[in-house]
Design a protein around this ligand. Sequence first.
Ligand code: NDP
Ligand code: OXD
Length: 309
Amino acid sequence: MINILFAARPERWTTYEAPLRTALDTAGIEAHLAQDIAPEEVDYIVYAPNSDLQDFTPYTRARAVLNLWAGVEKITGNQTLKIPLARMVDPGLTTGMVEWVTGHVMRYHLGMDAHIVNPSHVWRPSTPPLAREREVVILGLGALGTACAQMLLALGFRVTGWSRSPKAVDGVTCLYGEAGLAEALARAEIAVTPLPDTPATTNILNAKTLAMMPRGAFLINPGRGPLIDDAALIAALDDGHIAHATLDVFRVEPLPQDHPFWAHPQVTVTPHIAAETRAITASETIVENIRRGEAGEPYISLVDRALGY
Ligand code: NDP
Ligand code: OXD
């Protein structure tokens, strides 16, 4: 019998308790799963970075922390955490992100706004281009970015991806590293940024890099707020260099009411809803890692603490 601590906000317990128990039963793992277990008796910690647990020192027997979120920026710097940390790669979360990104790309691609709100009944005879005439660039070709790239490719878009290390994704032009960034941005009629928040990605979209995008480009940020230098983006929007931005994540969340993004006519704010971990599929992922831990097999989706993701 192993002890699994669920360390997340209480309302998450309501959502996750049954799916976790089902996944444990299905895997044949006998476990005591609870929100309150004596620290020195805990074997695994199912974790949300906004939980009260911030000091891992008393969890002397724990073997791994299994994060419920894809993003780990709030935990990678925790010096009390000495055991393996796995981040969330969940088919349900990925599907949600693919649908959100595809919807917002299609909004820009088809120029939907001009026709949805057209109070003066302006007749616009221009037809949108086909997807094959449009280049979408995905900055961040990980679990989420790759799935988005594949969906956009299936819809016919020309897709370029950019990552830290070299990648090969069928049909996608894959660029990487600092040298690849300028080339990727130069192609970006629509840029999407499913990147993690790390020291290397902070302000990756700044005055210099935004200027590398074609005039009139669109930006969609479902990654993290600190990827963007807010003031530089507002300047690029005011100048028309960036035509419009859809932002789901922000440096401060909820986005403060007086932040200029709320009122800017060329910004759509969505309240960090691009994608969410889905309890059934995420529970299966967590239990697979527990199974691996018990079998002495390598964990999946381990975080590289030095890289920060
Ligand atoms: P992954 O770790 O699978 O992918 C991250 C990608 O970013 C990888 O391709 C990685 O490159 C690339 N990358 C990291 N650092 C750099 C760098 N310095 N330069 C270039 N590329 C870099 O993460 P996911 O795809 O699962 O998630 C991405 C992010 O999406 C999460 O970290 C989170 O912040 C955000 N997110 C947002 C949600 C929302 O609702 N808005 C929901 C879920 C996640 P490489 O492949 O070479 O390692
Ligand atoms: C995540 C998120 O990181 O929802 O999982 O943003």
